[in-house]
Write a protein that binds this ligand. Structure first.
Ligand SMILES: Nc1nc2c(c(=O)[nH]1)N[C@H]1C(S)=C(S)[C@@H](COP(=O)(O)O)O[C@H]1N2
Ligand SMILES: [Mo]
Length: 418
């Protein structure tokens, strides 16, 4: 078996070592004693806990990452957040087929053993829902896992696409009833849906739609994309897409289609619910004197970081956090309205070559904060010098939908009196 797990201790030692490097100068005693800071230190919970997930949303979004509990590079499968728009799908591994069809010379139909028999590959990838931090109750729609499967590009090559400029649609087995409102173009009759006039004189179309997402053939051919059947060394759990899902490292969660049973090549952009009606960011943009509205589909993930927890060891405090969405080159932390100061990046964990796709942990030596409430903000930099935007920066502030909020996150904590 491949060494799939970095155990918790290993990760924590890494974090502790990073902290001790900063701290030896100021702390008496051997660095080993201070290394207990992260591992044995006491977590001070954030005072700004997210509100409970409202009942109607609970069926869609569950098991958020509890940031204060984060203590391993890989989030265990049974603690990994889930997003499911049409509920769980229970597919049988023995009757499962994956087809690759549409504009291809050699359509494919593979069983689960067929898929598992193809060359195996793994990638460490931090999956984040583009709705993470979009609403106060959506906090922790993120997790990191080692995903195992077979490269998508070899499957696509086997099917021999008929052209280079095609679109690849990834179909999930899950489906549900949806109503598309105010659709003046819809014609009635002769199909499975229903059409009803609504109160404003528009036409509401009610149909059964499958979960589906697309990308260009060129994007689909990227080396890292996986037709995935393993999560952290175990078969994909039902709620994460058993038996097979797409893993598209570098894309927001929504692109990673679960219960994948059909890969279709077609011409032109696919504009289904999760491409064109939802998971669309609306913005108000300045164009000369005019304000115009723009609409872009959620795609690749964005540079982001979050303070995970504040830890006290003896009388010293530190902040532990994560950064992702790009190859991370630096993380800064700001306490209250103070100056930005550098956090210490932990060494890259996980598989070499996946490092741009997986989160990177960091620690910040806070020292001896004064008792009372403080705010903790982090900002990440990528290797091109881009910085995670502030909430008031245009790209965050001009959003009129909740998707793609990669703005800097500020958490609050109350430091107890000594
Ligand atoms: N078939 C299918 N795939 C899906 C979804 C879904 O509802 N159905 N949800 C998507 C969204 S929005 C996210 S954020 C991720 C979440 O993956 P996870 O549940 O394994 O964490 O799955 C994506 N893939
Ligand atoms: Mo999502």
């Amino acid at each position: 078996m491949e060494a799939t797990h970095v155990d918790r201790r290993t990760v924590l030692k890494g974090a502790a070592a990073a902290t001790s490097g900063l701290a030896v100068v100021q702390v008496a005693g051997p660095p080993a004693a201070f290394a207990g800071h992260v591992e044995h230190g006491e977590v001070i919970p954030w005072s700004d806990q997210p509100p409970p997930i409202p009942e109607p949303v609970q069926g869609v979004f569950a098991h958020p990452l509890h940031w204060e509990s984060l203590d391993s590079f890989y989030v265990p499968n049974d603690e990994f957040f889930t997003v499911k728009h049409y509920g769980d799908v229970h597919l049988s591994g023995s009757t499962y087929r994956l087809s690759v069809d549409g504009l291809v010379a050699h359509p494919q139909s593979l069983s689960l053993p067929d898929v598992r028999g193809l060359p195996r590959r793994a990638v460490d990838f931090t999956l984040e829902c583009s709705g993470d931090n979009g609403f106060p109750f959506v906090v922790g729609a993120i997790g990191n896992a080692r995903w195992g499967g077979t490269p998508l590009h070899s499957l696509l090559r086997q099917a021999r696409p008929l052209a280079d400029d095609l679109e690849v649609v990834f179909w999930g087995a899950d489906k549900g009833q949806v109503t598309i409102r105010d659709n003046p173009g819809v014609t009635s009759g002769g199909f499975t849906g229903t059409v009803e006039p609504d109160s404003t004189g528009g036409l509401d179309l009610t149909i059964t739609e499958h979960f589906a997402r697309s990308m260009s053939l060129r994007e689909a051919m990227a080396d890292e994309n996986l037709v995935c059947y393993e999560m952290n060394g175990k078969p994909l759990p039902v709620e994460h897409g058993f038996p097979v899902r797409l893993i598209a490292p570098g894309w927001y969660g929504v692109a990673n289609v679960k219960w994948l049973n059909r890969i279709e090549l077609r011409r032109g952009r696919y504009a289904g619910r999760f491409m064109a009606r939802e998971y669309v960011t609306f913005r108000e943009e300045k164009h000369g004197d005019e304000t115009i509205w723009t609409f872009t589909t959620v795609g690749r993930f964005r540079l982001k970081s979050a303070p995970a927890k504040v830890i006290r060891y003896r009388d010293r405090y530190s902040v532990f956090g994560a950064a992702w969405g790009a190859r991370i080159s630096r993380v800064d932390v700001r306490i209250d309205e103070g100056p930005w100061r550098r956090a210490r990046l932990q060494r890259r964990l996980g598989r070499a070559g996946s490092s741009g796709f997986a989160w990177r942990f960091w620690t910040f030596d806070w020292g001896h904060p004064t008792p009372g409430e403080h705010s903790v903000t982090s900002r990440a930099f990528d290797e091109h010098g881009n910085v995670q935007p502030r909430p008031e920066d245009e790209i965050i502030a001009n959003r009129r939908t909740f998707w793609e909020n990669n703005g800097q996150i500020t958490r609050h904590v109350v430091i107890p009196a000594h």
